[in-house]
Design a protein around this ligand. Structure first.
Ligand code: AMP
Length: 395
């Protein structure tokens, strides 16, 4: 993955258009419930200011469907950004070159929600050219938006010299180290609810991994395909052929697949539901598999011992419901222990995965955890991400 780094940019006296991700979660009263995404922009903001660049921040918020919507205005970001950066931030509803030029060189401007126009999501070149005319260079610092071919995350880069921001650079370097040129053997844990949302990802991974653990609800479809009776478990029976194809492809590619060898079966999909550990052929018709059993966990830990790189997306069980987080938490804690000893490089990502790893209290131990949802999945699928593509050195 070659991309242009910010350290190569000439910044003094220039204006940088910086794509950030201020699509932060909010409480019912409108306050920000998690400011991680705002904090993650600070290194790039600081760097640009230190090097003498004026900063124009671009971001989307929510899905306003191409129309101005006061409830989705980005104005609410300003106080938090000012507080955590210690700098003054100027909010501009409708940017124009004169207004930006009139500001001091140390100004930080936040432009209104880019999705207030349909041109943004359509990747309209006119909007891209207009935004490009406000500055001298484009800095992409929102990996989480890089899978969209939108104006502010990719198309604008066609009209300006483009660079990866520092958060983006960190993310791309870690992802490349995990999948593009990993320290082998490399394994992945792919869990979560459904196979249907992760077919592309599984197909891409089997050609690149030594070991693939399939867990969570999606493992049930594979177990069913192998002829096991999964009772009342979540199972996409129509994907039996696909599951068999994936297993055949894995065999051809020499990728070992680890499926559950024992399971935790419960009578209800709720916390503290009556449950028991049982073998694969012992699930009663009214029972559902909600977690992997202890023998499966042992097999996963052994695989981690034998691996140098681990990529993780998706929980191994219904982790929101106690005690069905057990296998996810045990595996996460073991991976964290190996990370602390520098015995493994562990990279994880995806919305539910971050929540599951937070529950296991391992967020600080993993080598890298991506908070990008869709972009992380598309990267695991091996897709071209437009917001990364645009950062390739231009001829
Ligand atoms: P995903 O968004 O695809 O990563 O899926 C995450 C969801 O999968 C979580 O809400 C889990 O509760 C759910 N999940 C994991 N294992 C199971 C299972 N065995 N049965 C039902 N849901 C599960």
């Amino acid at each position: 993955m070659s991309f242009t780094r910010l350290e190569t940019a000439d910044l003094k006296g220039k204006t940088a258009l910086v794509r950030v991700d201020f699509n932060v979660p909010r409480n019912d009263d409108g306050t920000i419930s998690d400011d991680t995404r705002i904090r993650s922009t600070l290194p790039t903001i600081q760097y640009l200011q230190d090097k003498g660049a004026k900063i124009v921040l671009l971001s989307h918020f929510g899905r306003p469907k191409g129309e101005p919507n006061p409830e989705m205005s980005l104005r609410f970001i300003v106080p938090t950004l000012e507080k955590i950066s210690g700098k003054t931030v100027t909010f501009i509803e409708r940017p124009n070159a004169d207004a930006v030029a009139a500001l001091d060189q140390d100004a930080i401007v936040l432009v209104e929600n880019t999705r207030f126009s349909t041109m943004e999501t359509e990747g309209d070149p006119k909007m891209a050219q207009f935004l490009a005319s406000l500055g001298d260079l484009f800095v992409m610092d929102a990996f989480s938006a890089s899978h969209r071919n939108h104006v502010s995350s990719a198309v604008i880069g066609e009209y300006l010299p483009s660079f990866a921001g520092l958060a983006m650079e960190r993310e791309l370097d870690h992802l490349a180290a995990a999948l593009d040129h990993p320290q082998t053997p490399v394994m992945a844990i792919v869990g979560g609810a459904k196979v249907s949302t992760k077919i592309d990802l599984l197909e891409n991974l089997v050609s690149r991994l030594d070991t693939l653990v399939i867990g969570g609800g999606m493992a049930n479809t594979f177990l069913f395909a192998q002829g096991h009776d999964v009772g009342a478990s979540l199972c996409e029976k129509d994907l039996k052929a696909k599951a068999l194809d994936i297993m055949a492809a894995a065999e051809k590619e020499n990728c070992r697949i680890i499926l559950p060898v024992d399971v935790v079966a419960a009578t209800e999909f709720k916390a503290h539901a009556e449950s028991r550990v049982c073998g694969l052929d012992d699930v009663a018709p009214h029972e559902m598999i909600l977690d992997a059993g202890p023998d499966t966990v042992s097999a996963i830990l052994d695989a981690m011992d034998a691996s140098n790189t681990l990529i993780w997306n998706g929980p191994l069980g219904a982790f929101e419901l106690t005690p069905f987080e057990t296998s996810t938490v045990e595996c996460a804690k073991y991976a964290a222990k190996l990370c602390r000893k520098d015995d493994i490089i562990a990279v994880a990502g995806g919305g539910d995965t971050v929540a599951a790893l937070a529950l296991a209290n391992v967020l600080d131990d993993f080598t890298f955890i991506s908070t990008a949802g869709g972009a992380f999945l598309e990267w695991m699928e091996g897709k071209v991400l437009p917001g990364v593509e645009i950062l390739k050195p231009k001829p």
